[in-house]
Design a protein around this ligand. Sequence first.
Ligand code: AMP
Length: 279
Amino acid sequence: MQRQALRWRRAGRRVVFVPTMGALHEGHLSLMRRARTLAGPRGMVVASVFVNPLQFNNARDLSVYPRPLAHDRRLCRDAGVDVFFAPAAGSMRAADAGTWVEEMTVSRSMEGVVRPGHFRGVTTVVLQLFNLVQPSIAIFGAKDFQQAAIIQRMVRDLSIPVRIVVAPTIREADGLAMSSRNVHLTPVQRGQATALWQAMGEARVALRGGVCVAGRKLDALRRRLVRRMESHPDVRVEYVEFFDEHTLEPVRQIQRGARTRMAVAAWVGQTRLIDNARL
Ligand code: AMP
């Protein structure tokens, strides 16, 4: 992969890269179509599928992660991808590898708290993939907003010559964010999973008209959203966070015009879902 990528670079052909863990859905494909547009007719679009063991902190989650590789390859081809890069599970990291890349500021909240080690697994493999694929642009989804923010920090902090593009979250008709993990939901759980999207809508409605919502009012809003989501029998909320889009720090007040987002993580049965939206 690297040898080929360096050849394209020497020939002045730009590479646009979409890293994924496969089990592709419309959310992934929207990134690939965006990549196709950004690459132009002479550029190369590379999509990778690699279920990165370093970023799983739950052995069951890793073992049940869906891997429909042949189907993924067809979807990539139809989305205009030039190179489908699917390194074998054991081929990316030497058994005695001891080098990690860790962002330590914007990783401190939310997913960084409940999934220790997750983000350093992500940054380590993403930098390695950048080195293999040599992209000038890489595209990430806003669905994993904190992940995209961490990658942007890594690129800035380490002067990595890659432009990061963050593309909007693609949703099902009822608002559920598309995710490779949604296939694990039973039909009943699938119905309940819309609770995350509904909670974000409810927060928007509650904040509408308020110039500033702070302190106890914000705590009360958070509790109400948790209660509403957990009124579904299979839903257990892990966190609801209101945070600043730039620093990723939790905010104690929400002000009109401030760039505040809400993130939610919840278990629906045995499946853990995350979502976020601008407030
Ligand atoms: P994953 O395969 O889950 O690691 O995701 C690969 C890339 O696709 C990441 O940049 C995700 O943020 C992005 N992605 C996943 N789901 C969606 C979605 N529903 N809409 C937009 N992008 C997504």
